[in-house]
Ligand binder design. Sequence first.
Ligand code: AMP
Length: 283
Amino acid sequence: MEILQTAAELQARTEKWRQAGQRIGLVPTMGALHEGHLQLVRAAAQENDVVVVSIFVNPTQFNNADDFRLYPRVPDADAALLAPAGCTVLFLPSVEQMYPRPTVLTFDFGPLERVMEGAHRPGHFNGVATVVSKLFHLSRPHRAYFGQKDLQQVAIIRQLTADLSFDLDLVAFPTVREADGLAMSSRNRRLSPADRAMAPQLHQALVLGAAALAQGQPAEVAQAAAAQHLAASPGISLEYFEVVDAQTLQPVSGAVQAGQTVALCVAAQLGGVRLIDNLVVPA
Ligand code: AMP
């Protein structure tokens, strides 16, 4: 595995691969890698000839300075995990490499970004769309891999890819969980032992909400039951619990229609660490 740190090197390397007819898989990450990331990398290695993994804690997608400052950064440990997972090139750029000058272009994804993460983290998806566009241009992948754990991010990137005619296939990979149900996340390592013990209640709340929907209860009832469950979980401060249409991400009201796929989505803080999770039903 090779480590590249400049945009020019990444561009040159991937261009050479393209000309040689090699299929390129891209896995964008912010590092502090866990099994969820590694499964994306293994899938990319299986489905492509070469795999680029980027690790870049993108400042423009953080709306909270502390979250950015405290985001875990362990590039050496990450590199050691990536080689055996099938990564060909690890792209580890500096902020100056990705942003040689301040960007002025802004994205507006309409209703898709007016809900949930977009509503609670102003500017977040603008930063995501900017950095993902840059990574797509620099590496020109045939396939790009994203986790369904960030459901709204997948929807935004799908829109971005269509609107800007990026010639690639998006792969949305199922959420990888710990044995107790907690969705794997780089931020989990910042949880205190007490908060780590409580964190699986987020998944429990999603399961509870999904069960209510499966019984034919209205979305509002499912939402209230899940919120109540979390309110009774010490240390968990709920930001939102939403039942949305899985395609449009707009809130669902009343009972779920036959054939409709919905997503239950949650965001909460535990001791200053912000976690998100979701469940798509039917899966
Ligand atoms: P991040 O480093 O958190 O920006 O994540 C990089 C990619 O890995 C994103 O596409 C995430 O959605 C994906 N990812 C993060 N956690 C998980 C997980 N538990 N299961 C599957 N994919 C994940």
